[in-house]
Unconditional design. Structure first.
Lengths: 365, 548, 421
């Protein structure tokens, strides 16, 4: 009677929520500082790279249809090597979830609550995340399912209403003496797609694999679209010079777009409110991943998983406040992503290759 | 709290022993249970003690025995008579207030008294079976021997007939409960369609359903609950449509109950709900037979019970609770818009005061300048902070609502006029509350009235306060985190194995057309899939009759 | 039974979690940012002037009940104050029904001022802001800031010097309009308008008519200005003049690299709007075709301006195309007795073309020769469409610009005739 599996549409939602986290409010600033007005090209190329990087993941997911990511890693790489690969992931996921909360608390501080201590906002977010985690995978799927249209509509709305403010000439010249910078920005751009692999934690709960894989690929397209579209619009509205000094251009965009609705003014606070659910979405997915990682790493029986969940109630705030300066947090967050990129661009394809070789060898016998 | 807790655990404990569930089946008369697991506690009155007492051949002994067991209450009628021309005495015993006296005298006593058969002429002794087969005219006549069955039958309104010289007797059906006839729906009025409502008499209620479903597959299972009240509970569903898991689950939960008495279906719902802590109703209570029938037709299970004007429908999801009977009598587009308005009403009712407080006390920048200036001007000299102002007004509103429900309709009107106009106006003039807050709270109240489900309305009324506190402490951030918490909570609820927010998640357009909005009537060919019905088709999938 | 016990333990754990959540929620109940809506002071307009006190002038004339100089002057560590900042706060009356029902004071005599202008002299804007807060019972809130009026002497010193505070401020929105006032900027905020309650909202609303007259500089908000300054472009900002009850947008202030260099009249603004394709509507007036006296006018419904750089060798020149469509609007000085036939319309079109070309040419000449300000933003066009060439001449653009050849091509079409022939 119960829904004992996730539907393909839920997989799509999980993929999109995993990728579109806190990054959507910072991606333009980070990439524009490297690639100038061609940042959107870099992002589109990183998007392509994401699709390529997704191939080994899909292969592994199909090879082990009833296992989630840490189980696959342990199964493929073995007990010890697998754990060695899991360590950076474990660290990264906790850092990602914790810093997401921290950075978003900073955003809240700028746009919504000026003098409320960040401890409160971070704690509150973490509590809600833990509460959802304790309700299990299917509830996660359901909650994100309902939040999903909310932030897609928000982003579309932002893109549409800022269309009146654009100055198309800002984006030109395209690729003029800037190709090397554009190429240089691909990997940092790719870093902003962290979370594209998170689907490996949920794929084992689907019933039919084929539509789920399709949903996954489609789901990867959505964040790429939003990244590129928002970057183009931000460049057109702000010009490269202003964008280089704005930390959160997406919210800045909302701030500078005059939206006279008659009921609600000050779009950026409004947007920040809606982004809460978006950041929440990626946080929940990464925290879930972290719980799974730790559970598998220490081979904790399923019964003990909930204690791992509750442990995050303490771990995440500690990570969030480990660094005291706001600017350092952003820097550290940016750099921490190389861990994830490293694992998923190098180890995972190697693992897929290994599985492939083993299978081919196994077949003739 | 503790009592509540122990009750819950107690119930859980009972659920463990489903196998020994008492009194099964469609047999109206108790077949008797073999063992009472808790004989040390409150004994179950018809069990054990009377089980071994058998009838004697002497009817005077029997009469004394029965009257004794029933404390010689005044409304127990014992009528002795002589059978026709034989020199044999018989007796009927029944409860005056439950049985149809007329029927007993006309169709039981008088045929027996007046019988003059050839056998009597010949001097033969009347055969016991002849009474059952050819003399008594009644729904059913059943032979009994032990006192427990007899007592139970008498207490439910049936008549006991006993003939001198036999160690057996008859139970003759003669129930006629006093109670209202069919009334009008009070909580769920509708503009069009049926204006009937369930009444307290189960037989009428099942008739209201039966007359709408002329399908032999309509299954009605009977159970009895309440150790002392022994009231009938009916589980009604379509055998070839409804998911058998739901039926089994409902049966399991009902038969596992072991309480003194449950008085009506609304109370029963609290005992068989999935999560007794949930403020959201996890079952649908309806007083409209047409709604109940629609639920049964969707593949859900209706639970009817003696004594209340309600029927329970399980499983239920939140979108289903927001449907109204009128939706089905209007054009699909109009009905869809109306349903969406109801969703809006729910949001307004639960969140509007909280949003207003968050915007005015934390984020004046989010309101346009003119509105800010107006609101500021209107708040003028109000001495309280916004949250206190709102809570004061809300408290007043709730008080008013509670008062007008308890009062008779005539006085109730006065209360609402006095409350709404006089006090509200005076409060504004005295500068205790601002006029804009009055508007906000008024809108909130109106939003709550848009609900078709009373319990859901109550839930949102309760929710307002915590949301207001959240937004008064953390502004719109607190409010949206609170909304997330609520969403998580609602998403984790289940009603008889069906998630409470289906079909909002996972999306399925056809289900959404079926529940959240209303699809074109001819296009609504399927039953909601989240009910996992055995037969999902509502209309022929091909099209209209005659088309192909 | 074992199952039952497990279930009980689980509920206990669950309950513990619930209690923890509720407890922490209670702890969260802090109200750090809480402030009732009437406790905020909504800053509607800011005027920036050069310091008046430093020169020892005392309170300015025309200022009724001005605060004593000691109030306005703040103690600063630097030698002399750098700016005068004036903010406008609305004075919010209780709503009429409240006042009438005897809540507070009754109807006041005369027409009380609906705004309060507070002037502060100081070195940085943030410190001035806080200093003002020590003089009011309200917390200043900039989220509803409508306009920023800057005195020309501050503007001549460079907008980039003061812009940072307004950009960085978390409440001020980048769509705030900037105006340049000749002389005192405070005077503009002191206006008590006839219809609107506050001069700042009045000023903001003035731009609403920019689709009816393109002699107004529109698109002059803080964000656009900052983008220009950051990109090193030249631009114009609207100039405002005021008397006691009225404000008028009169022409514009010409900025060269964030520094104001002079004034442009309304015709210049119109020309700039034509050329930069910002024209949203307006009227063109020309002489009646033929020898007879009289004026004809047209209303522009659509205007398209296009600038095309042409590079020949290492010389650059620009072709500017202006395509105007409009409606024959009428005439003055004579009554149309004959039919407005095609020939007449052609003549009119020619006349309008001539008028626009002359007007634009005059402006181009003025900008190139008098101010040397690239307000048409030719450099941006060059940068975006001829990046290679731009890289070469980037450094020398200031010298090249005054002598750049600009060819103007105007085309006017009368599409509609209006009501009469």
């Amino acid at each position: 009677m119960k829904m004992k599996y996730l539907t393909p549409s839920q997989i799509l939602v999980l993929v999109v929520s995993g990728v579109l986290g806190i990054d959507i409010i910072m991606v333009q600033h980070n990439i524009v500082s490297i690639a100038k007005q061609d940042a959107w090209i870099s992002l589109a190329l990183s998007g392509l790279l994401v699709f390529i990087a997704a191939i080994p993941i899909i292969y592994l997911m199909l090879a082990y249809p009833r296992k989630d990511a840490p189980q696959i890693i342990l199964a493929v790489a073995g007990k010890w090597l697998g754990r060695a690969i899991l360590i950076p992931l474990m660290v990264f996921f906790i850092v990602y979830a914790g810093l997401s909360a921290r950075i978003f608390a900073q955003v809240i501080r700028v746009f919504l609550l000026e003098s409320t201590p960040m401890v409160v906002t971070v704690l509150f977010m973490v509590i809600v995340v833990i509460y959802l985690l304790s309700k299990g995978v299917y509830t996660i799927g359901a909650v994100l399912d309902i939040l999903f249209p909310l932030y897609i509509i928000t982003l579309m709305f932002l893109i549409i209403i800022s269309a009146s403010q654009i100055d198309p000439s800002n984006i030109r010249p395209i690729l003029f003496r800037n190709t090397s910078n554009t190429v240089k920005a691909i990997i940092p751009g790719f870093n902003h797609f962290t979370g594209y692999a998170m689907v490996a934690y949920f794929m084992c709960y689907t019933q039919e694999k084929k539509p789920a894989i399709k949903a996954y690929i489609l789901g990867l397209g959505i964040p790429i679209f939003f990244y590129v579209a928002l970057t183009i619009i931000c460049i057109m509205v702000f010009d490269v010079g202003s964008l280089g000094v704005t930390f959160y251009p997406t919210l800045g965009l909302a701030k500078s777009v005059g939206f006279q609705s008659g009921i609600l003014d000050r779009l950026e606070s409004f947007m920040a409110t809606f982004f809460i659910s978006m950041v929440f979405g990626s946080m929940i997915i990464f925290t879930y991943g972290s719980v799974r990682n730790i559970t598998e790493f220490f081979s904790i029986p399923p019964k003990g998983e909930k204690y791992v969940i509750y442990a995050h109630l303490i771990i995440l705030p500690i990570v969030a406040f480990a660094i005291s300066k706001d600017g350092d947090v952003l820097e550290f967050y940016r750099n921490s992503k190389y861990i994830d990129t490293f694992v998923f661009l190098i180890f995972v394809p190697l693992m897929a290759l290994w599985v492939g070789i083993r299978r081919r060898k196994g077949r003739p016998k | 709290m503790l009592r509540f807790l122990s009750k819950r655990l107690y119930r859980k404990e009972n659920r463990q022993q489903t196998n020994s569930g008492r009194r099964h089946g469609q047999d109206q008369v108790k077949s008797g249970s073999n063992s009472n697991p808790k004989s040390g506690q409150d004994p179950i009155i018809y069990d054990q003690k009377f089980k071994n007492i058998r009838l004697s051949k002497n009817i005077q002994d029997n009469i004394a025995n029965i009257k004794d067991s029933m404390n010689n209450n005044f409304d127990i009628k014992v009528k002795e008579f002589k059978l026709g021309s034989w020199d044999i005495y018989g007796v009927v015993i029944y409860v005056e207030s439950l049985a149809n006296e007329d029927l007993i005298l006309k169709h039981v006593v008088s045929p027996l008294m007046l019988c003059s058969s050839p056998e009597a002429e010949r001097g033969d002794v009347i055969l016991f079976n002849d009474i059952k087969d050819s003399m008594v005219v009644a729904d059913y006549v059943k032979e009994v021997e032990t006192l427990d069955e007899i007592l139970f039958a008498i207490m439910s309104g049936d008549t006991f007939l006993c003939i001198q010289g036999y160690q057996k007797g008859f139970i003759i059906s003669s129930k006629q409960y006093v109670g209202r006839q069919i009334g009008e729906p009070i909580l769920e009025p509708s503009v069009r369609g049926s204006q009937e409502a369930f009444s307290e008499i189960l037989k009428n209620n099942i008739g209201l359903i039966r007359k709408r479903i002329r399908d032999p597959n309509l299954a009605i299972e009977t159970h009895r609950i309440g150790r002392r009240s022994e009231m009938e509970v009916l589980i009604v569903y379509l055998r070839d449509v409804t998911n058998q898991d739901v039926v089994n689950e409902a049966t399991r939960r009902i038969t596992a109950l072991d309480v003194d008495s449950i008085l009506c279906a609304a109370e029963l719902g609290l005992y068989i709900t999935d999560d007794p802590n949930s403020i959201f109703p996890l079952y649908q209570i309806t007083e409209r037979p047409d709604r109940a029938v629609r639920g049964i037709m969707e593949g859900r299970v209706a639970i009817l019970m003696e004594g209340g004007t309600d029927a329970l429908l399980v499983p239920v999801t939140m979108p289903i609770l927001l449907q109204s009977a009128d939706d089905y009598y209007e054009n699909w587009f109009v009905a869809s818009v109306l349903r969406l308005i109801r969703y809006g009403g729910m949001l307004v009712s639960a969140f509007l005061p909280a949003i207003f407080i968050a915007l005015t006390t934390f984020h004046p920048g989010m309101l346009p300048l003119k509105l800010v200036l107006t609101v500021t001007g209107a708040r003028g000299g109000v001495p309280f902070p916004g949250i206190l102002e709102a809570i004061l007004l809300l408290g007043f509103l709730e008080l008013l609502q509670e008062a007008s429900i308890r009062l008779s309709r005539v006085i109730g009107q006065t209360v609402s006029i006095v409350g709404g106009l006089v006090i509200g106006q005076a409060a504004v003039q005295a500068g205790l509350v601002g006029p804009i807050m009055i508007i906000i709270i008024g809108l909130t109240a109106i939003g709550a009235f848009a609900f078709t489900d009373y319990s859901l309305g109550l839930a949102t009324r309760i929710l307002r306060i915590p949301f207001m506190i959240l937004s008064a402490s953390l502004g719109i951030f607190g409010l949206s985190m609170g909304m997330l918490l609520l969403l998580i909570y609602v998403a984790s609820l289940e009603s008889f194995g069906v998630r409470y927010i289906r079909p909002l998640s996972p999306y399925r357009i056809k289900d959404i057309k079926e529940t959240v909005i209303k699809g074109k009537d001819l296009a609504r060919k399927e039953r909601p899939t989240f009910l996992y019905t055995a037969n999902g088709n509502r209309q022929s999938p091909k099209g209209k009759k005659g088309e192909s | 039974m074992g199952g039952y016990k497990k279930e009980e333990r689980q509920t206990k754990v669950k309950r513990a979690i619930h209690i923890m959540i509720i407890m922490s929620l209670l702890l969260c109940t802090g109200c750090w940012d809480k402030k009732e809506i009437e406790q905020w002071g909504y800053v509607l307009g800011i005027a920036v002037d050069p310091p008046t006190l430093g020169k020892g002038t005392g309170s300015k004339e025309g200022e009724e009940g001005a605060a004593p100089a000691g109030f306005r002057q703040m103690d600063i560590s630097a030698d002399k104050p750098t700016y005068d900042m004036t903010i406008q706060l609305p004075i919010i009356k209780e709503s009429p029904s409240l006042a009438a029902s005897g809540g507070g004071g009754g109807p006041e005599s005369g027409s009380p001022s609906k705004t309060w202008q507070i002037t502060q002299t100081g070195d940085t804007f943030l410190s001035m802001e806080r200093e003002i807060e020590s003089r009011t019972s309200l917390t200043l809130f900039y989220g509803h800031l409508q306009v920023l009026v800057i005195s020309d002497s501050v503007a001549r010193d460079g907008l980039d010097k003061i812009a940072d505070f307004f950009l960085r401020h978390r409440e001020i929105r980048p769509k705030v309009d900037i105006y340049i006032a000749e002389g005192s900027a405070k005077k503009i905020l002191d206006v008590s308008p006839k219809i609107e309650d506050h001069s700042a909202t009045y000023l903001k609303q003035l731009l609403m008519n920019s689709d009816r007259s393109s002699r107004i500089v529109h698109k002059a908000d803080l964000r656009a200005t900052m983008n220009f300054i950051r990109a090193g472009n030249d631009f114009v900002l609207p100039k405002v003049e005021a008397n006691k009850e009225e404000i008028k947008i009169k022409g514009g202030a010409i900025f060269k690299k964030a520094k104001m260099v002079g004034w442009a009249d309304e015709m210049d603004i119109e020309s700039i709007n034509f050329i930069r394709d910002l024209y949203r509507g307006g009227v063109i007036v020309g002489d009646r075709p033929g020898d007879e006296p009289g004026l004809i006018s047209m209303e522009v419904t659509k205007s398209k301006g296009k600038i095309k750089p042409i590079i020949t060798g290492d010389q650059v020149s620009f072709d500017i195309f202006i395509k105007i469509q409009g409606e024959y609007d009428g005439q003055i000085g004579f009554l149309s007795d004959k039919q407005a036939d095609k020939a007449y319309m052609d003549k009119c079109e020619k006349e309008f073309t001539k008028v626009v070309r002359e007007q634009c040419n005059r402006t181009i000449k003025k900008m190139q020769e008098e101010y040397k300000a690239d307000v048409f933003q030719l450099n941006k066009i060059l940068r975006t469409s001829k990046p290679a060439y731009w890289e070469e001449i980037k450094e020398d653009w200031d010298e090249i610009y005054p002598d750049v050849k600009i060819n103007l091509d105007v085309e006017v079409k009368l599409k509609q005739l209006g009501n009469f022939k």
